[in-house]
Design a protein around this ligand. Structure first.
Ligand SMILES: Cc1cc2nc3c(=O)[nH]c(=O)nc-3n(C[C@H](O)[C@H](O)[C@H](O)COP(=O)(O)OP(=O)(O)OC[C@H]3O[C@@H](n4cnc5c(N)ncnc54)[C@H](O)[C@@H]3O)c2cc1C
Length: 485
């Protein structure tokens, strides 16, 4: 079949750009690849009219992976600030845990420009100012995209052997997928979407307090009053510049408001969080040209495991469109880099083998699950458990129940085992007595997580095994959901 392109990638965010570069690299430039984005070229990758809304933090590990696999290494100015790691503080600030190791705070507006140059050098074509409005089909396969010009509303079609949906968390392509598939179309918005927002600001310092700002560390504040069901963050972008914001679960914010008789919104919480930061004497949105149009904004992040199936005949989902951000910290750049790199490799192989069926693309599911995705369901359970804890639980838990082993596990993106809260003897139970329910909850979470990880490691090697695997998996998961509901 003659098509305009081999691959069309909808969305020029992190996921779309890395998929394009990886597919071009792995196919040694033989594939005709088109990336479509609704933004203009100089605003590539802009998530919403409010900008490239993000906390901007990424681990060095994921960038090293990209370098190893696709031979692309980012640098200044898109890497705005190097950091030694992430420090999470308990609500009373008396305990802290250091996660993650080396990383960077990105300039998300400049990153797509760098990615665009890299992809163009590899032969990728771009179509900007264009909406990917709907998927085209033929005989149970996706065969291209119905497009609409953002400039003059004209409509036209582009055909391809494969369409990759990298249009982010509000993907309309996935929700209206017109062929039979195993991909879940809708997310549970109430439980699995976080509302998040942030400023990029310049500030004049009132004093030094490294629990509120540290140019060498990304700071996370766990606090159910400030950020119910989520967390607040201060990520450095220089000595007097920061990305500052927070994420909430809407339902838990409403519950908190009812309890406190308040009418706070996401924005009022962010404003209060900035106002009460003792390091900030005065502040204003960054006026740097590289931040213009990106100083303030809010957007949604999925915080469940990735879609349990990410391929269909002629179609793949990646990045936020596939719900890839890590459930406990909503970090989506790292998973998008791993997944898109793998996606590019699989695209190259399947097109060479002339098999873009669900079966032909299935390797994307298995390879991503093996490399990264197998632990996401366990983090989903941990996230659900953490969300029901009070500030007192968090203070106590971080002080007494969180061991260095657990911190190391989280840094390795493994599920913590919470060995500290072993309730194996009467003495241990007496020791844990002040917060026995919390200790039991942590033990349950650790146990359930191991089972979920085990189950995900047995991900089916072909579509036939999926239904049976998925039914068992959902039974396991639902038991935990019910426990924490
Ligand atoms: C406030 C906030 C803070 C965050 N902080 C962090 C953090 O510190 N670290 C981290 O790792 N992750 C963070 N995340 C998550 C991270 O930003 C996302 O996981 C990541 O951007 C996902 O990339 P993506 O390419 O999948 O989607 P997106 O970045 O959303 O890109 C999608 C692209 O597709 C385009 N598009 C959408 N629909 C269409 C269409 N129909 N046609 C054509 N183009 C379309 C969009 O305009 C955009 O260019 C944060 C998210 C938010 C909202």
């Amino acid at each position: 079949m003659d098509t305009d392109y081999d691959v069309i990638i909808a969305g020029a965010g992190v996921a779309g750009m890395v998929t394009a570069a990886s597919a071009a690299k792995h196919s040694k430039g033989t594939l005709r690849i088109l990336v479509i984005d609704r933004n203009s070229k100089d605003e590539a990758g802009k998530k919403t009219s409010a900008g490239w809304v993000c906390g901007d933090a990424v681990s060095k590990n994921s960038l090293d992976y990209l370098h190893r696999e696709v031979d692309i290494r980012y640098d200044k100015p898109e890497l705005e600030q190097a950091v030694h790691g992430v420090v999470a503080y308990s609500p009373d600030h008396s305990s802290k845990a250091m996660f993650d190791g080396e990383g960077y705070v990105l300039n998300r507006k400049l990153l797509p420009q760098r990615q665009l140059r890299d992809a163009e050098k590899l032969g990728v074509e771009f179509l900007f100012d264009t909406y990917a409005e709907a998927l085209r089909t033929d005989d149970g396969f996706i065969t291209g995209v119905h497009c609409r010009s953002a400039k003059n509303n004209s409509t036209f079609n582009k055909s391809s052997k494969l369409v990759v949906d990298a249009t982010g968390s509000a993907s309309r392509l996935r929700t209206s997928l017109p062929i039979k598939s195993r991909i879940e179309k809708e997310i549970d918005k109430e439980n699995d979407m976080e509302s998040t927002g942030r400023y990029i600001i310049k500030f004049e310092a009132a004093k030094k307090d490294s629990t509120f700002f540290d140019p060498n560390y990304c700071i996370i504040h766990l606090d159910q009053e400030i950020a119910p069901g989520g967390y607040a963050w201060v990520f450095p972008k220089g000595e007097d510049k920061m990305n500052v914001g927070l994420g909430v679960q809407k339902r838990l914010l409403e519950r908190r408001n009812r309890r406190l008789g308040r009418k706070d919104t996401l924005q009022s919480l962010i404003d209060e969080y900035v106002r009460t930061n003792p390091v900030i004497r005065s502040w204003k949105p960054s006026e740097m040209v590289d931040d213009k149009g990106n100083e303030k904004g809010s957007w949604q992040v999925p915080v469940r495991r990735q879609n349990d199936c990410m391929v269909a005949n002629g179609y793949m989902i990646v990045g936020d469109a596939a719900w890839m951000p890590r459930p406990i910290d909503a970090g989506g750049i790292g998973p998008a880099i791993y997944a898109s790199t793998i996606a590019g490799k699989v695209i190259s192989e399947t097109l060479e083998a002339k098999d873009t069926s669900e079966r032909g693309l299935w390797k994307f599911n298995t390879e991503y699950v093996k490399a990264y995705g197998y632990r996401m369901a366990s983090f989903e359970i941990l996230r659900r458990f953490l969300q029901i804890l009070s500030n007192e639980d968090l203070n106590y838990g971080m002080k007494h129940f969180l061991g260095q082993d657990d911190v190391d596990s989280i840094t390795r993106r493994e599920h913590p085992e919470f060995k500290q809260v072993s309730l194996s003897s009467p003495a241990r139970i007496i020791w844990a007595l002040p917060r026995l329910a919390l200790a039991r909850g942590l033990r349950y979470t650790a146990h359930k997580s191991m089972r979920l990880i085990q189950h995900y490691m047995n991900y089916p090697s072909s579509p036939e095994g999926f239904e049976e695997w998925h039914t068992k998996f959902m039974n396991e998961l639902r038991e935990a959901f019910n426990k924490f509901s």
